[in-house]
Write a protein that binds this ligand. Structure first.
Ligand SMILES: *[C@@H]1O[C@H](CO)[C@@H](O)[C@H](O)[C@H]1NC(C)=O
Ligand SMILES: *[C@@H]1O[C@H](CO)[C@@H](O)[C@H](O)[C@H]1NC(C)=O
Ligand SMILES: *[C@@H]1O[C@H](CO)[C@@H](O)[C@H](O)[C@H]1NC(C)=O
Length: 508
């Protein structure tokens, strides 16, 4: 009797109603008009900010997600993709300016079984879903609309109530956009024509915790996204009576916010976490089921753009020619041309295999205090990839790396733990000071070239589109991955066509 009471008490203390884990994703893969759920194989209607595994593509399967070689989110067994629309500032002259993020995205997994404490299920293989509706510009107090909300962050001021519309005041610490997914599933369909009707919000109590309707009896783990946008950068640029921000879809009310999810979990791992990660701290480190990538590895997980259109910076029109819509007025898109196509993924290296007999070995990490290449270095205000490789080659070195637009480093070996990780694109996206058609590393990132030994083949990265890769990332960012001679990465990785690119397109 006594022990049963104790057990009962212990069980209620560990109540799953309190349990959750909070996954901070420090980076994102790309901003692009891609949406494999709504527009498979095509350019999507508006720009998305996309997180998760680099198996993401315009058309993708569960297996492609699982084949990812890295993720911008830290749980190694989760290669899912999470995406949301991108935020723009709408200037008084009609231009649109992309709003940077504060940090990355945070994805919450919450054990919310409703009043009956339902058994909770992991997302099955192949499962995908949408939450929210980009075409809404009005508010109807349904669970679907309650599930979209905004927190206007001001850490030095009084807390303000969350809103369902964009708040009409500045948010000094950022605008946190939030979307809560439906947690009830029909138990049969992995997707549905509208990408929503196979799932449902609870039938009563609350959008984020309640009993499931009979039509959707299976209770899933609950999914919730938070993304913070640095609206404070535009604090002095407000005009008129209305807040000046707009989603990439054109929605200026905020009601059109939405989120997309493609499952890329190792499903038994997710189910294990759903069943056993019952801490109410939310900390990933309190869940022994998870192994984690470090932040720098997540941040180096990028995918190259395949749509040749500008999506960041100052734009005359929203990509896709989406009209500004604040529910009262619709902006003009006269003169906007919407003819962008999906092309070959952009490359961020120079092909020297024929001209110089050197190959691109990938994007390595570097550090001011302990350099990755230590044989010789020089800088040049007119640095190019060729200058660096020639400089190192002339001194007899077999590795050359460009960094931070103007620096060049040489050596005959790469410091242990710093080699490029096969399949991971990295952050070598800074243009060379001497040629803005070439890339010369980045901040703490080295575009690494190697004298060819035998075969001569540039490193490949990204598994955009229809990859048949079977390798998966198992290393953390701090571990050492040996550089192979002649080639990096698995032969199964999809060939990426080389293409010189001179537009200014990449500024993530
Ligand atoms: C419109 O205004 C924005 C910000 O004030 C500015 O950056 C942009 O260059 C302007 N566009 C045009 C076409 O004048
Ligand atoms: C608002 O939602 C309710 C409940 O779903 C629905 O019956 C009603 O038609 C909706 N109204 C509008 C204007 O969409
Ligand atoms: C992806 O590759 C498979 C196997 O090669 C092929 O059957 C399928 O049609 C491809 N899908 C697309 C969208 O290209």
């Amino acid at each position: 009797m006594f022990s049963a009471l104790t057990l009962g008490l212990a069980a209620s203390l560990a109540s799953p109603a309190m349990a959750f884990w909070r996954m901070p994703c420090p980076g994102n893969l790309i901003h692009e008009r891609a949406d494999p759920i709504v527009s498979p194989g095509q350019i999507s209607g508006h720009v998305h900010t996309i997180m998760g595994g680099n198996g993401f593509g315009f058309d993708m399967t569960y297996q492609q997600a699982r084949n990812s070689q890295c993720s911008s989110c830290p749980i190694t067994k989760d290669m899912s993709n999470y995406w949301v629309p991108t935020l723009y500032y709408h200037a008084q002259n009609g231009s649109f300016i992309s709003v940077p993020q504060v940090g990355g995205a945070t994805v919450y997994y919450e054990q919310r079984g409703g009043p009956n404490n339902d058994q909770l299920l992991a997302f099955p293989e192949g499962f995908r879903m949408l939450a929210g509706n980009p075409f809404l510009h009005t508010y109807n107090d349904t669970f679907e609309q309650q599930a979209v909300s905004y927190a206007c962050l001001n850490y030095n001021g009084p807390a303000t109530a969350e809103t369902h519309a964009f708040p009409n005041n500045n948010c000094p610490d950022g605008l946190r956009a939030q979307v809560y997914f439906p947690s009830c599933w029909d138990g049969v369909n992995l997707d549905s024509p509208d990408h929503k009707s196979h799932v449902a919000y609870p039938e009563s109590v609350a959008y984020n915790d309640g009993p499931c309707p009979a039509s959707h009896p299976k209770h899933l783990i609950s999914l919730f996204y938070e993304v913070i946008w640095d609206v404070n950068q535009f604090a002095n640029d407000w005009y008129g009576d209305e807040q000046p921000f707009v989603w990439s879809s054109g929605d200026a009310t905020g009601y059109g916010y939405h989120g997309d999810f493609v499952n890329g979990w190792d499903v038994p791992t997710l189910q294990n976490a759903v069943d056993t990660c019952l801490a109410d701290s939310g900390a990933l480190t309190d869940c022994p089921v998870f192994e984690l990538y470090d932040d720098s590895f997540c941040q180096s997980c990028k995918i190259p753009p395949s749509v040749d259109e500008q999506v960041d910076g100052v734009l005359e029109f929203l990509p896709g020619c989406n009209a500004y819509n604040d529910g009262k007025t619709v902006g003009s898109t006269q003169g906007c041309v919407n003819n962008a196509k999906i092309g070959q993924p952009e490359t961020f290296y120079t092909d020297l295999t024929h001209s110089m007999g050197w190959e691109y070995a990938g994007c390595a990490s570097d550090n001011y205090f302990t350099r990755t290449l230590n044989g010789y270095s020089f800088s040049d205000d007119a640095m190019t990839v060729e200058k660096c490789v020639q400089g190192c080659s002339a001194k007899g070195y077999t590795y050359a790396g460009t960094e931070y637009a103007s620096q060049c480093y040489c050596d005959n070996s790469v410091l242990s733990g710093r080699a490029p990780i096969p399949g991971v694109m990295g952050q070598c996206t800074m243009k060379c000071n001497g040629d803005d058609g070439e890339y010369c590393g980045g901040s703490g990132a080295l575009s690494l070239y190697q004298k060819c030994g035998g075969s001569c083949q540039n490193a490949q990265y990204g598994v955009v589109g229809n990859s048949t890769s079977t390798t998966s990332a198992t290393s953390s960012g701090t571990s050492s991955v040996p550089l192979s001679t002649g080639t990096t990465g698995a032969t199964s990785r999809r060939a990426v066509h080389r293409r010189a690119r001179h537009g200014n397109r990449w500024d993530m």
